[in-house]
Design a protein around this ligand. Structure first.
Ligand code: NAP
Length: 248
């Protein structure tokens, strides 16, 4: 029996990047996946690649009707949801003095409110399934400060805090809630960023999306006594820079 036989996953931002890798990984291990995005062309291509195991749905995470439709589709196609992955996210760059209020609100709306909406609308289905797991994608920017991405950092710290509140609330429903905190991972979001960025880390390279997927699959299937927990996958970035400290 495959590890995710009988599992029904709903994943946001699944058309490309890490989300697409999570969709592939779950299908490869027997899961059924409904995945949403606003990139319909990429989403439909992945849907075709994966056949009956996966279904694409247009899902703008800021839109409540889209969430209702995505949950309904998961139930119709495969049954109640056992795994929700709130993965969709954007980053906007700009110092606080330069970033406009609209730019700030957009990041919070997608990354933070979108994660709340995902949990809110998927919860009845997770309860119908008798429990399961919610995995919220935060960032190392939800563990430490970075200049020029204040809105992104605020949203990812918010995701981390909300994960803990949800874990406390949903333990009695047999629903575990956890956050993943990736460091620099090679995806379209980090396209063009230089490798040198990683050279102060103990592991001096970008991570690959499938390395995050392996962690996510472990958390969903095997980490059965873990909830409210933060899973860091960052090449050691949050440890602080590697430094040669003179001994004399
Ligand atoms: P990605 O390749 O840009 O994938 C994110 C997907 O979410 C894209 O398809 C994006 O579409 C979509 N999206 C944007 N706004 C949306 C909305 N309103 N509704 C639904 N989907 C929407 O990025 P990624 O690197 O795989 O990132 C996945 C998650 O990991 C994000 O939450 C990100 O913040 C987090 N993360 C990434 C890194 C990294 O180094 N890559 C590090 C830490 C955390 P568009 O292209 O149209 O925006």
């Amino acid at each position: 029996m495959a590890r995710f036989d009988g599992s029904v996953a709903l994943i946001s931002g699944g058309a490309r990047g890490m989300g697409a890798e999570h969709v592939r990984g779950l299908c490869a291990e027997g899961g059924s996946v409904v995945f949403g995005d606003i990139l319909d062309e990429e989403g439909r291509a992945l849907d075709e690649e994966l056949g009956k195991a996966a279904c694409y749905v247009h899902l703008d995470v800021t839109n409540e009707d889209d969430w209702e439709d995505a949950v309904a589709m998961a139930e119709e196609q495969y049954g109640p949801i056992t795994l929700l992955v709130n993965n969709a996210g954007i980053v906007e760059y700009g110092a606080i003095g330069e970033m406009t209020p609209d730019e700030f609100r957009r990041v919070i709306d997608i990354n933070l409110t979108g994660t709340y909406l995902g949990m809110h609308y998927a919860l009845p289905s997770l309860r119908r399934a008798g429990g399961g797991a919610i995995i919220n994608i935060s960032s190392t920017a939800g563990l430490m400060g970075y200049a020029t991405i204040a809105a992104y950092g605020a949203s990812k710290w918010g995701v981390r805090g909300m994960t803990k509140a949800a874990a406390l609330e949903l333990g009695p429903d047999n629903i575990r809630v956890m956050s993943i905190h990736p460091g620099p991972i090679r995806t379209p979001m980090t396209d063009g960023m230089p490798d040198e960025m990683t050279h102060s880390q103990p592991i001096k390279r970008f991570g690959e999306a499938d390395e995050v997927t392996k962690l996510l699959l472990f958390m969903a299937a095997d980490a059965t006594y873990s909830t409210g927990s933060e899973w860091v996958i960052d090449g050691g970035a949050v440890l602080g820079p590697v430094m040669d400290i003179p001994s004399e």
